[in-house]
Design a protein around this ligand. Structure first.
Ligand SMILES: NC(=O)c1ccc[n+]([C@@H]2O[C@H](COP(=O)([O-])OP(=O)(O)OC[C@H]3O[C@@H](n4cnc5c(N)ncnc54)[C@H](OP(=O)(O)O)[C@@H]3O)[C@@H](O)[C@H]2O)c1
Length: 298
């Protein structure tokens, strides 16, 4: 009973294969990537196959003999229309004879409407609908916000004036590390039929931006304070800091903070239902990140 992970060269794919390899022999696992050379599969024996979301034919070949497919959502900054990319993977899973598809989506309670994140979210929701309509056994995992990404910005703020800014205000949002998401995703993939038809929020506890910064100060020994800015100021900030990613990404990221402000990400956690244990508290996950950064010499 093989489990395949698509987009296996990315951060989540890499962490997920590591978790799966703890529980299953390498021969049961398949890493699928558009460039197999970029896959850092853990240990020897995990088969790496080429599969681009743009080609249903290639992806069908990549999923041959696979029982459970974990479809990691395509990156938002890829420049392609992501709806057909996800549809290709779903069609390939069907054509290859898979029994289960697990889609890694994003949290939200519909208050995203009207934000600059709404169009991105619509792609996730369409992929969820396409999985439900596929005839396959489906599971949707709606992931919380990557803790590592916002921590990077908070740590950078410590040496750049000591103020961390965004338009999130007093909205609450659940942050979670990629490793913690990978653990839950692996547990679901290992026992997919038990989760068929379920939509799980893969999150830990919800925090305001000020609470997130206060915890980061404590864990990393920083002296940062949180300050709310306007949406326009945030677009300008991301356009400047991440010029290489373009204004569309700056607007989408600003939209995430609009969602936080609107309460769109203040959702209940289903982590324990998915993973079989509660999510680690954000403080403990921050300590994990600190240890990893120290080990990497950062
Ligand atoms: N919840 C959150 O806070 C959050 C944050 C960021 C992203 N996300 C979403 O979660 C997904 C996974 O996150 P991540 O951290 O693993 O992203 P990541 O490290 O950026 O990896 C993206 C992966 O997608 C692959 N990919 C891109 N286009 C592809 C295509 N046409 N066919 C096959 N593979 C393709 C990339 O392959 P290459 O190695 O060849 O480029 C890479 O393996 C993202 O794609 C995004 O949709 C969620």
């Amino acid at each position: 009973m093989k489990i395949a992970v698509t987009a296996a060269s990315g951060r989540l794919g890499t962490a997920l294969l590591r978790e799966l390899a703890v529980a299953r022999p390498a021969a049961d696992l398949v890493a699928v990537a558009r460039d197999p050379a970029r896959v850092a599969a853990p240990g020897a024996g995990i088969e790496v196959r080429r599969g681009d979301y743009g080609s249903v034919v290639d992806m069908t070949a990549a999923l041959a003999g696979v029982d459970t497919v974990v479809m990691i959502s395509a990156p938002v900054a890829g420049g392609s229309d992501r709806v057909p990319l996800h549809r290709n993977v779903i069609a390939a899973a069907r054509a290859a004879g898979a029994r289960s598809i697990i889609y890694t989506s994003v949290i939200g309670n519909d208050r995203e409407a009207g934000t600059l994140f709404a169009a991105t979210q619509q792609v996730n929701r369409q992929a969820e609908t396409d999985c439900r309509d596929s005839g396959l056994g489906w599971v949707v995992l709606r992931n919380g916000l990557y803790l590592e990404l916002d921590l990077n910005h908070i740590i950078a703020a410590d040496t750049a004036g000591g103020v961390y800014t965004n338009p999130g205000g007093t909205g609450r949002a659940p942050y979670i590390t990629i490793d913690e998401i990978a653990f839950a995703t692996a547990q679901v993939a290992l026992d997919a039929p038990r989760h068929h038809g379920r939509t799980w929020n893969i999150t830990s506890e919800c925090l305001t931006q000020a609470e997130l910064v206060a915890l980061a100060n404590e864990v990393f020994g920083l002296h940062v304070r949180y300050e709310q800015i306007t949406d326009e100021q945030c677009i300008e900030k991301f356009s400047r800091l991440m010029a290489h990613r373009g204004e569309a990404v700056a607007r989408m990221l600003t939209g995430c903070f609009q969602c936080i402000r609107a309460g769109a990400f203040d959702v209940p956690s289903h982590y324990a239902e998915a993973a079989g244990r509660p999510a680690r508290p954000v403080r403990a996950m921050m300590q994990d990140v600190r240890r990893k950064l120290a080990a990497a010499g950062a």
